[in-house]
Design a protein around this ligand. Structure first.
Ligand code: ZN
Length: 348
């Protein structure tokens, strides 16, 4: 396990074709009942093994146990009607069919805790588990009960905190909250977004990270990025707030993005998961390209707080491409690690 520049992936990996239709996002399951439960667990074990083989230091489940990074969590809560689906505009960008909140929301049983135990059993390395953040959750459902985004966000924060504490007890070392909505709803981020996120992370001994990004490499997102101009300064709004927050680190998109890297300096003192792998194209980065991205951010983040990572989830990619991108990430980190420690890169 590398303590300097430990690598990890942000979230999803492609699912095996026997579990779900490959190369599409939020693909429906191909199995059901007990077969689905076993299939998901097998896929999780495989995802862990593939990360280890690629040389990834901090292992996650590759989101093999969920169909969607937000709705799968929401669907386990009471107060949500799964049959009653509405089409809503996600992050003002694309339409999706989502469940409806029809009453007080609550978590009647753990959602991912058994899966986290399975991941814990699959490796001795540090493990990371991703949960949706409160703001992204309320942006991914239709509310007929609370009538207030903020009120519902505080309820979700309470529920997320229960889940996070149990994940920690199951042996999870790092809890990651996915908040792509932080790049869109700036007023809400200031008013209650960061506060509800801190509530979700309250009292945890596990490290906490928030992932903010420009989304998966799907057309609605790449079209949106094309409208953002030559410099993407969205992080400028959220980073100063997060720098003052209790959250330990931030995961962000860097490689092939137009984010001015000096914005990372706004996070001084926090851990930074730097996206050095583009998830929107199939071309596999060379280790040298990964190393170049990591070197470019070093003026803005202390080396012992730099965590090389991917820009976002890799679910829509072919499995071979995802595997090769993970290996490139590990190899690129190895180059910079040896530069920092003043030794030549050890051959594998
Ligand atoms: Zn993302």
């Amino acid at each position: 396990m590398n303590t300097l520049l430990p690598t990890s992936i942000v979230g999803s990996l492609p699912k095996p074709s026997w579990l779900a239709e490959p190369e599409i996002l939020w693909s429906p399951w191909k199995l059901e009942g007990a077969e689905l439960a076993e299939g998901r667990r097998d896929a999780l074990t495989l995802a862990a093994a593939e990360q280890l083989r690629a040389g990834i230091d901090i292992v996650s489940d590759g989101e093999q146990t969920r169909q969607h990074f937000v709705t799968t969590f929401i669907e386990h809560l009471s107060g949500v009607d799964l049959e009653r689906r509405e089409t809503v505009r996600i992050r003002n960008r694309y339409d999706a069919s989502v469940p409806t909140v029809v009453g007080a929301v609550d978590r009647e049983r753990p959602v991912f805790v058994d899966d986290a135990r399975a991941l814990r059993a699959a490796t001795d390395r540090r493990i990371k588990w991703a949960l949706p953040g409160p703001m992204t959750m309320i942006d991914t459902l239709y509310d007929r009960h609370y009538g207030s985004r903020e009120k519902l966000a505080w309820e979700f924060a309470r529920i997320l905190n229960q889940e996070a504490r149990e994940l920690e007890a199951a042996g999870v070392d790092i809890i990651q909250f996915d908040e792509p909505a932080f790049n869109v709803f700036f007023d809400d981020v200031k008013d209650w977004g960061v506060a509800t996120l801190e509530r979700a992370a309250e009292g945890l001994r596990a490290e906490t990270v928030v992932h903010i990004c420009y989304g998966y490499g799907i057309k609605a997102n790449t079209d949106w990025k094309a409208t953002l101009g030559s410099e993407w300064r969205q992080y400028e709004e959220s980073f100063p707030l997060l720098q003052r927050s209790t959250i330990d680190g931030v995961s962000l998109e860097c490689h092939n993005s137009r984010v001015p890297l000096e914005l990372i300096g706004l996070l001084r003192g926090k851990k930074v998961m730097v996206g050095a792998i583009d998830v929107a194209r199939h071309a596999v980065e060379t280790p040298e390209e990964v190393a170049a991205t990591l070197r470019a951010v070093l003026p803005f983040v202390d080396a012992d707080r730099l965590f090389p990572s991917t820009n976002c989830g890799m679910a829509p990619l072919p499995r071979r491409v995802a595997r090769e991108k993970m290996a490139a990430l590990a190899a690129g980190a190895r180059i910079v690690r040896s530069e920092l420690s003043g030794t030549a890169a050890a051959p594998r």
